[in-house]
Design a protein around this ligand. Structure first.
Ligand code: ME8
Length: 513
């Protein structure tokens, strides 16, 4: 029998500065997947959180003249507020400063040490402070700088613990071979093999003595656990690990999907699986490395400061315009541009013209011709097939796209029904049918078919733009809003529609500029 649980995670973000639209991108996509799976009957655990340790945050706090935790707390509160505004339906928000997490990390570190997978040595390396990443000479960019942020790296040498990544090289490659869907998109898997694994995995520095803001190695004072071991373990400590009998751990591990940006695929598909092998745990089923949202040709970055508070967009355009844009605009896996203009264009074209128009026209016609009463005398004509047969197919189209994590394509498919429905109005010309009483039953059927397409679309849109779906359900006055009512024809007859309300207002570009 199919296992009906679904454990999905976002990265835990650094609260080194306020979150931007790039963080919203991953989190909204994860939210839509989580909501979709819940609607499809899965027992979902959706986790996000914050990655609070490390030298960078220690420094930022120092510059601000406060303690690290004083520096972080307001940013974390603000992040939670942002997720609330974006209607993120996470089940658990983990902070790496949580006591449960800190204790678990100490045990995890000790466990790997006792196993002989962690040993003491000397670290000499090139370190990028803003990215908190170590690099080898060959990984640096053309100018000898950090390959991620292109800033200077510095040489560091200190006593440190190392994790025997090299010991897991063959096992990792074997795992990749046996689980072809583990890393998606496939190009990222090839990148991992060509750039990191095939040249030979180097052991990983997992403790530092040059800063103190981290989880202390309890058996060796002076050392703090280096940030990736601390951070990656969040996915299991939240479930109660190291207690392997903890209820959540037994129920949800292994994760079904770690959704991450492409720059941290390496940590999630090399370090994390090797750590889990060392701990004797199952590996996650899938890591998806999505592309970046780009502003003015460059990555949005906290360090570069080229971004607005995402709540400004939400307050100006509405939460569903922002969610829709993030889910629809960029082919999942690719990089894509973010701009306010693109957000406006997308909102006007799809949400105002296609969705809003269809709903308002249909409800207005039902009111005008039949006092908002829904009936279906089933006087069908061949033109009806353009929406009915598509609507019947749509749930499985969407399901396939969502299982392939192609939220943008799932939305495209749903909007195809809405577009066909708008065309159906033009083709069936209800205003002409209304001129002759003899066509009454045909007109009722046409309106029923339209309302039914709207209901089916609204059910499927619930995972993406939940408040809009709710508003549509309210107008339709229907109780049939669950996935098991997706079958065409489930809209109740003899109900009366509620007053129509405008779903989205056209955004005038000039005003906003
Ligand atoms: O890397 N476009 O935290 P972080 C798309 N703490 N996604 C973006 C983005 C952009 N321009 N900018 C950020 C960390 N993201 C670690 C993770 S996980 C165990 C530890 C998203 O605050 C994307 O998901 O730098 C990216 O991977 C993540 O934010 C990086 O967040």
């Amino acid at each position: 029998m199919e296992n009906k649980k679904f454990y999905i995670t976002t990265p835990i973000y650094y609260p080194s500065a306020e979150f931007h639209i790039g963080h919203c991108y991953t989190t909204v996509i994860a939210d839509a997947l989580a909501r979709y799976k819940r609607l499809a009957g899965y027992d979902v655990f959706f986790q996000t959180g914050t990655d609070e340790h490390g030298q960078k945050i220690e420094k930022k706090a120092e510059e601000a003249g406060v303690t690290p935790i004083e520096y972080i707390n307001p940013i974390v509160d603000n992040a939670k507020d942002l997720w609330k505004s974006l209607q993120i339906s996470y089940d658990y928000f983990i902070r790496t400063t949580d006591e449960q997490h800190v204790k678990a990390i100490q045990k995890i570190f000790k466990k790997m040490y006792d196993k002989g997978d962690i040993y003491k040595g000397e670290y000499k390396g090139l370190y990028c402070t803003p990215c908190e990443s170590f690099w080898t000479e060959s990984q640096l960019d053309e100018d000898g700088r950090c390959p991620d942020c292109h800033r200077e790296v510095k040489e560091v040498s200190e006593e440190a613990y190392f994790f025997k990544l090299s010991a897991y090289q063959d096992k990792l490659v074997k795992f990749y071979d046996e689980h072809p869907g583990f890393i998606l998109p496939l190009t990222r898997k090839n990148e991992m093999l060509n750039n990191f694994i095939n040249p030979g995995l180097e052991d990983l520095c997992v403790s530092r003595t040059s800063f103190t803001w981290g989880v202390p190695v309890d058996f060796d004072p002076g050392h703090v656990v280096y940030v990736w071991v601390d951070a990656l373990s969040n996915y299991i400590t939240s479930l109660g690990y190291p207690d392997e009998n903890a209820e959540l751990f037994k129920k949800y591990w292994p994760a079904d999907l770690h959704l991450v940006g492409k720059e941290i695929v390496r940590f999630h598909t090399i370090i994390w699986p090797c750590m889990l092998m060392s701990l004797g745990l199952e590996l996650p089923k899938q890591v998806f490395g999505h592309g970046w949202l780009i502003i003015d040709g460059g990555k949005i970055s906290k360090s570069l400061g080229n971004y607005k508070d995402p709540r400004d967009y939400i307050n100006t355009y509405g939460v569903d315009a922002v969610r829709y844009f993030l889910l629809r605009e960029v082919p999942f896996g690719n990089d894509g541009s973010f701009s306010e203009e693109a957000l406006i264009t997308r909102t006007n074209a799809d949400l105002v013209n296609t969705l809003g128009n269809l709903v308002n026209r249909t409800i207005a016609m039902s009111k005008k011709y039949f006092d908002s009463k829904v009936e279906n005398p089933k006087v069908n004509e061949s033109v009806d097939d353009s929406i009915i047969s598509y609507a019947k197919m749509l749930p499985s189209l969407v399901d396939n796209k969502m299982n392939a994590l192609k939220a943008n394509e799932a939305l495209e498919d749903i909007f195809e029904l809405l577009k066909r429905s708008n065309k159906y109005i033009d083709d069936t010309t209800p205003w002409i049918l209304a001129k002759d009483e003899a066509n009454n039953d045909r007109l009722k059927t046409v309106l029923y078919n339209l309302l039914e397409s709207i209901r089916i679309s609204a059910i499927l849109l619930r995972a993406f733009i939940p408040s809009t779906s709710d508003r549509i359900f309210k107008m339709l006055n229907t109780k049939n809003i669950e996935f098991d009512t997706l079958e065409f024809g489930n809209l109740e007859t003899n109900i009366t529609l509620n007053e129509s309300e405008i779903l989205f207002n056209r955004i005038e570009v000039k005003e906003e500029k």
